[in-house]
Design a protein around this ligand. Structure first.
Ligand code: ZN
Length: 122
């Protein structure tokens, strides 16, 4: 159905949990240096993206879990594909964690907002 969005796609695209239209972040993920800038409220329906001070503290742990998952995935991929020397594992894990950190930062905050933001789906 055209225009229909499901929750997973809204989370992936970092859309407002209430109207599924407004962007949670100010910039696109590809703008690597500004990935963390968030809107304080939905530009479309004015739902708050920062319901209380320190709201996103817990999102750190989600982000940490993502980072661990990414490092395990990188390690597994290296092991299966090449089983390289130890130092290559080291570089691969660091590069993987750094490259994916903006994604895990944003995804963890979006998930946190969906879980605990108190917004009802429209
Ligand atoms: Zn909205």
């Amino acid at each position: 159905m055209p225009g229909e969005t499901n929750t997973l796609s809204s989370i992936w695209h970092a859309r407002c949990p209430r109207c599924r239209k407004g962007n949670i972040f100010k910039h696109r993920l590809v703008q690597f240096t500004r990935f963390a800038a968030m809107n304080s409220e939905c530009p479309v329906c004015k739902a708050s993206f920062n319901p209380e001070p320190g709201f996103y503290f817990g999102a750190m742990f989600v982000s940490y879990a993502f980072t661990v998952a990414i490092m395990v995935a990188v390690w597994l991929a290296l092991y299966v594909l090449a089983d390289p020397a130890d130092w290559i594992y080291g570089i691969g894990l660091v590069v993987g964690a750094v490259v994916f950190s903006p994604l895990s930062f944003r995804l963890s905050r979006v998930l946190w907002l969906y879980w605990f933001g108190g917004h009802k789906a429209a």
